[in-house]
Design a binder for this molecule. Structure first.
Ligand code: SAH
Length: 254
């Protein structure tokens, strides 16, 4: 795979070239089939209009935090989807993002973010970077974001996209069950995959007064839990409805 970035006077394309039959390169005179995918990062008035409608829809489902709704209106969600799904980017639905993973439904992103009760400058740990969309929502709201992804391919793909988009959360390839002890404590922790249980290291890394939002459950649906650290030894727990996430898996993956 060879990556190029082409710049013209008003837009930037990233282009990936893949040799489909690598052995063909070694034989003189052989033709090589190149597959070229172009993903221009273009945001039009149509996209902006669709985002406005999406924010209205998310509000109508009960989300009230204006800063969350503003972030949804600002971030071009179509940049995060594979090109064949671009027309679905502004529906309130989850979508595949490669490596068998999904970008969360905008309502779910907004609901979880609202539960965090985020303040500007707070340090937030996200488990499950995925497409990077949720991380951008947090950055847009003024948080200092640290995000972990266990899937190496996805981590690299998202890192590249967010750099192109000029969003700068700190991205890590690792196992979210362990958190990031070197950067703890965090004011807020957000888990975006279904956890079979609440990992103890994450509770340990939560600041005094800090909030962790985590979907917990081993079945088809999970309970959205909101944990608040009230003292060194005490954590309060609240259940906030049922949702469906991809599983939080142990260890790193390629
Ligand atoms: N926040 C994402 C949603 C991604 S879906 C977004 O906005 O698009 C959940 C993600 O969690 C997947 O990318 C999955 O690979 C990742 N994941 C699952 N288990 C994990 C673990 N133990 N550590 C880190 N990431 C994990």
């Amino acid at each position: 795979m060879i990556n190029f970035v082409f710049c013209s006077s008003h837009r930037e394309f990233s282009v990936s070239l893949r040799v489909c039959d690598a052995s063909a390169m070694e034989k003189p005179g052989n033709q090589i089939l190149w597959v070229v995918t172009m993903k221009p990062l273009i945001d039009t008035y149509r996209h902006k209009g669709l985002r406005k409608k999406l924010a209205v829809e998310v509000r109508s489902k009960g989300v009230r935090d204006e800063r969350v709704l503003q972030a949804i209106e600002t971030i071009p969600r179509h940049f995060f989807l594979d090109s064949s799904f671009v027309e679905f980017a502004y529906q309130d639905k989850p979508f595949p993002i490669g490596s068998g993973q999904t970008i969360s439904q905008p309502y779910t992103v907004a609901f979880q973010t609202e539960l965090l009760n985020l303040k500007r400058g707070e340090k937030v740990l996200e488990i499950g970077t995925g497409s990077g969309y949720q991380a951008c929502v947090l950055v847009e709201m003024g948080a200092r974001v640290f995000s972990i992804e266990r899937h190496h391919g996805l981590y690299l793909k998202t890192k590249k996209l967010l750099e192109e988009m000029k969003y700068r959360p700190r991205l890590f390839y690792g196992d979210g069950y362990k958190g990031l002890p070197a950067f703890a404590p965090f004011d807020k922790i957000l888990v975006t995959a279904a956890a079979p249980y609440i990992p103890e290291p994450l509770i340990q890394q939560l600041n005094q007064g800090g909030i962790m939002v985590i979907p917990v459950g081993r079945g088809q649906t999970q309970v959205m839990m909101k944990l608040t650290r009230v003292s060194d030894t005490e954590v309060s727990k609240e259940e906030c409805g049922y949702f469906r996430f991809v599983p939080m898996l142990e260890d790193k993956a390629d």
